[in-house]
Design a protein around this ligand. Structure first.
Ligand code: ATP
Ligand code: MG
Length: 467
């Protein structure tokens, strides 16, 4: 099953289970000036999880387009992209753990056909100080499902990251973790305001046995180890408690929020730990290979970054964002620039975006027809962003050339950045590549000026705070 089929299978299955399928929310949240982007399926539904009535009812499902700028540095690994789709299902005061966990199990093992023997899960260990019990219910449901598949579940307590890395799973399929498996707004049970809801979270992972554990992440591997041997497919939050003055009490109306990464489930279905191999990303990689004459195996990181960023940029443009110097516009500009930068590294002399965006659009023409509807416009907007960046680059490179005899200092790099928008990492790389000396203390000098400028602009305007 490829990603498109998995998305359809999920929505169909959820309909069969009595859910109403709702459309994706745009990447830029409506009526929420505090957040730049929709970063999860839960985010647009938060008011309903907190008690408002949803017009479509109490059982909902969707596939939500998400953008996480906070993951930008992780793009390049096998499983993170800034843009991705999250499959979501919600029970607003209806069914709870006993129905949701088996439902998810059926979807993953029967509808998608994942191997139950490669599923591993995590549950909440409990929080004695706050009087919250260990989530034995979820663990017992998982144990029953594993047993029904002829598997031994096994349980292990892995409270802290250090402890987890020291002991590993020891083959246990159910691992109890602490904070990682507790959900509330703000993240910590200790400083939740009175009345605020929270609850345990159970996460599902897929094991890729051919990926060797990387000991630089810790002695032993376990569900939450970041080495890439286990990949988190999704998680279910069970909102069942409410903060009181003295501790926690059960919520009168309990909710379930499930979110699973479509690309990761599709990668598991293809039996690859590399999400870029799925149908929602691979055509872009193939296009980049064709245009650059380089291979993905040799240029893995650059091609991953370009593929992801162009997809994110496309959806941002479709959802009404224009390249600019603040808020969402700044992020869009940053995605375009990063993509072009990496493309330059692959030897792209010609415009990259007009050649690749149509491939991105083609991937989504059935499920998100709005992308195709706006294709000409999107190509025009993004290509304009690319041309502007290429002009910036060539001006910056010309200026850089004037430092050939003297070498370039951090102060001068800052001027290049400030006047021409010339990214400093690129400037130093270019200088070195062209045999222009770069001062040994450029980083400190640059950072000092950058910090001073930030302080000035924060006083002047709070709008520019993007990162
Ligand atoms: P991870 O620890 O792998 O970064 P997460 O804990 O940040 O994941 P959640 O916030 O729980 O993820 O999001 C739910 C699901 O969405 C994850 O289980 C994963 O399948 C998917 N997901 C999250 N971040 C990304 C991303 N950057 N790229 C692709 N899929 C993602
Ligand atoms: Mg998670």
């Amino acid at each position: 099953m490829d990603a498109d089929e998995i998305r359809s299978a999920f929505l169909t299955y959820m309909r069969e289970q009595g859910h109403v399928v709702i459309p994706r929310a745009p990447l830029v949240p409506r009526d929420d000036p505090t957040t730049l982007f929709t970063g999860s399926g839960m985010q647009p539904l938060l008011p309903y999880l907190l008690g408002a009535e949803h017009p479509a009812g109490a059982r909902l499902a969707d596939s939500q387009t998400c953008l996480r700028v906070q993951d930008i540095e992780e793009v390049g690994d096998n499983r993170h992209t800034t843009f991705f789709e999250m499959l979501g299902s919600w029970s607003l005061g209806h069914y709870f753990k006993e129905q949701q966990i088996p439902q998810l199990w059926t979807f993953l093992t029967e509808r998608v056909g994942l191997d139950p023997a490669r599923l591993y899960v995590s549950c909440f260990i409990g929080d004695a100080a706050n009087g919250i019990p260990r989530d034995e219910e979820s663990a017992a449901i998982w144990a029953g499902l594993f047993t029904s598949a002829g598997l031994t579940a096994g349980q292990v307590e892995l409270d802290t990251e250090e402890h987890a890395a020291t002991v590993g799973t020891g083959g246990a399929r159910i691992a109890f973790y602490g904070k990682k498996n507790w959900w509330c707004r703000g993240g910590s049970a200790d400083d939740m305001p009175v009345g605020e809801p929270g609850g345990p979270d159970t996460e599902v992972f897929y094991l890729f046995p051919h990926v060797e554990h990387d000991p630089s992440y810790g002695e032993h591997c376990h569900q939450n180890c970041d080495c890439g041997r286990f990949i988190e497919l999704g998680n279910s939050v069970f909102m069942e408690y409410r903060r009181t003055v003295t501790g926690f009490e059960p919520l009168p109306r309990r909710n379930v929020d499930y979110g699973g990464g479509l690309a990761r489930i599709a990668a598991a279905a293809l039996d690859t730990p590399d999400v870029f191999r799925i149908g929602l990303l691979w055509p872009i990689i193939e296009k980049l290979e064709e245009l650059s004459g380089r291979s993905y195996d040799d240029e893995t990181v650059a091609m991953r970054v370009i593929a992801d960023h162009l997809k994110g940029a496309t959806f941002l443009a479709v959802d009404g964002v224009r390249p600019g110097n603040k808020a969402q516009g700044y992020v869009l500009r940053r995605l375009i620039r990063r993509a072009v930068r990496f493309a330059l590294g692959l030897g792209f002399e010609e415009s990259l975006l007009p050649q690749v965006i149509p491939t991105v659009v083609g991937i989504y023409d059935v499920h998100y027809p709005e992308v195709k509807e706006h294709v000409d416009f999107v190509v025009a907007v993004l290509s304009k962003g690319e041309r502007a960046f290429r002009r910036t680059l060539s001006k910056g490179l010309r200026q850089l050339e004037t430092y050939r005899d003297t070498g370039v200092t951090g102060a001068e790099l800052f001027i290049l950045y400030d006047t021409y928008g010339f990214p400093v990492e690129l400037a130093t790389e270019e200088a070195l590549a062209q045999g222009i000396a770069v001062s040994g203390t450029w980083r400190e000098e640059f950072d000092k000026r950058m910090a001073a400028q930030r302080a000035r602009s924060q006083l002047a305007s709070r709008e520019n705070q993007v990162e």
